[in-house]
Design a protein around this ligand. Sequence first.
Ligand SMILES: [Zn+2]
Length: 324
Amino acid sequence: MSYTTAEYESARRELERRRNTAEREREKRHSEVAAKVPEILETEKEMSTAGLAVVKAVSLGEDAVRYVRELEKINLEAQKKREKLLVENGFPADYLKVKYTCEKCGDKGFVNGRMCECHKAILRSLAYEKLCGKFPLDKCTFENFSLSYYPDTGSGITPRTRMESVYNFCKNYAEDFNSHSPSILMSGETGLGKTHLSLAIAGEVIKKGKGVIYASAQNLLNRLENEKFGRSDKSDTELNLIECDLLILDDLGSEFRTQFTVSAIYNIVNSRLLSSKPTIISTNLTHKEIDSAYTSRIASRILSEYTLLQFDGTDIRQIKTRQY
Ligand SMILES: [Zn+2]
């Protein structure tokens, strides 16, 4: 699993925010209790005195073990006294404990030097955020993909049969996704489920804790162009695109093509192939059109190194509209 520096930084800030909130909340509860039950402060004084004494004992190298045990006993008794006072005054016994979002790591993000599950989950959700801005990840799953929209008539391989194998390929791809998974080119006309299946893959891969970027070619290229020409100060898009575990480039060919966009696409496709990082590109363009729109350098990279999935059928959005 690899994330960008910017994502690690956001995750670190999120953990810090959780810790600060938890500690602030604890402070608030503490003031509330101290106002109502001032004796509580006495028990805390006993605890902190015991704590300081432990530090001193250890540093002086006295008969530390015995002494420390003695102090621990004092500390434990003070804690019990505090809990009793809390309960007697109508508070829960653990009212003064800091309530971290993650009990395992206390919102530090690491347990014994290893990244805690909560930390991984934050990184995953950052990847989700990138996608979810506009894309309905929960609406496009493998479960709600229906093959019944694809005609099952005609001679030879029917669209439904073809799409059934496309569907199975995508489902297995998502299940077995790893850093050696192949890149995919999904081609076919508008409304045949390319976006649905690529989002379904994205959703599954994200659940595995991988960093996924999903974007329309147009948005992405606009962003790159703005960064390149200094119209926006964020400049990590290109790095993210090249480094993420899975890049899904939706609707290639819909963007306004310039020399800049063509060379940006080549750079992304090429860099990711060189570092064996899977990419999924969907497009309405035929293979021939890709060749003439993006130079044969790009076309040959894609057509010879990607797994080609041909979508078939009738525009599903039209069928759906007719049904309502
Ligand atoms: Zn944790």
